[in-house]
Design a binder for this molecule. Structure first.
Ligand code: NAP
Length: 264
């Protein structure tokens, strides 16, 4: 097949993980409303029925992929589908992720490893799986968090997992510049989503942080704008931008001690 024929046959798609809920669902809605010249939006989460209901509300063609992306065989399935359908990915949004608040000694090993598996390993696997199918001028949006800026006692593994996402995204961005693929790491503070149903299952320690809570709509609007402008990081809201600035100048030992003092 010639390069030209390949271009003609390729299906232009957007992939969104964590698509059913919260920030991921807001990406579905805004991308569905604004992105032109896309053949299909592929929505990934574990619950097929919920994804189907959501898909019926979108105006673009939608492919529902009920997958647990922490399972290697499901990543293989995604790669096979991308190959079989000659896909060209215009945008990949990695939004699937979770956090559980609590000291390392209090949370179970599985709760902590689960965060690493989904937030770090699965995000890396999905990204790597998609790279061969990404075209010039495409975008990768990675959901990190303001928790990536500094170590957070009481939320240690989650913050470390998001520091991984932010660091991985920045490095990948440089690696992919030659291919004109642009990576944006999205680092919001607290966002009003069902995330907290899981995060606070052992009790809330976030009351002060929640004063800076923003909507998923605000986060996604800014993330899509920043990705469009090829920005490395997207940080929504002034308080979180100020926190990012403080983390650049103050010693992290001091910030971690203050966080411990405030949240106990
Ligand atoms: N909300 C916040 O305050 C906040 C702040 C900063 C960053 N973030 C980050 O933003 C991202 C989205 O968070 P959110 O607030 O939208 O959380 P959310 O409402 O809990 O949504 C999480 C999504 O991930 C999917 N998911 C979970 N485990 C999965 C798995 N193993 N395989 C595939 N999909 C899976 C869930 O669907 P199923 O359960 O159906 O699979 C759901 O669609 C996360 O990475 C989070 O860390 C959130």
């Amino acid at each position: 097949m010639t390069g030209k024929e390949d271009q003609i046959m390729a299906k232009s798609i957007v992939i969104i993980t964590g698509a059913y809920s919260g920030i991921g669902m807001e990406f579905d809605l805004q991308i569905d409303a604004h992105l032109r010249k896309t053949d299909e939006i592929w929505l990934i989460a574990r619950n097929r029925q919920k994804l189907k209901t959501l898909a019926s509300q979108l105006r673009n063609n939608v492919r529902v992929l009920a997958m647990d992306i922490t399972v290697g065989a499901q990543i293989d399935r995604l790669r096979d589908l991308l190959e079989e359908e000659h896909c060209r990915i215009r945008m990949l949004v990695n939004s699937a992720g979770y956090g559980v608040i609590g000291d390392v000694a209090q949370l179970t090993i599985q709760e902590q490893l689960g965060m690493v598996q989904l937030n770090c390993e699965a995000l890396t696997a999905v990204t790597r799986c998609c790279l061969p199918f990404m075209s010039r001028n495409s975008r990768i949006i990675q959901m990190a968090s303001s928790a990536a800026f500094v170590a957070q006692p009481g939320f240690a593994v989650y913050a470390a997992s998001k520091a991984y996402v932010d660091s991985f995204s920045l490095a990948l961005r440089e690696e992919l510049k030659e291919r004109e693929i642009y990576v944006t790491s999205v680092c919001p503070g607290p966002v009003d989503t069902p995330f907290f149903d899981t995060a606070e299952k052992h009790g809330s320690t976030l009351s002060v942080k929640k004063l800076t809570m923003v909507s998923a709509e605000q986060v996604v609007q800014k993330a899509l704008r920043d990705a469009c402008h090829k920005r490395a990081r997207s940080v929504c809201s002034l308080p979180i931008q100020a926190f990012e600035g403080a983390c650049k100048v103050l010693p992290h030992t001091l910030i971690a001690a203050v966080i411990r003092m405030i949240y106990g």
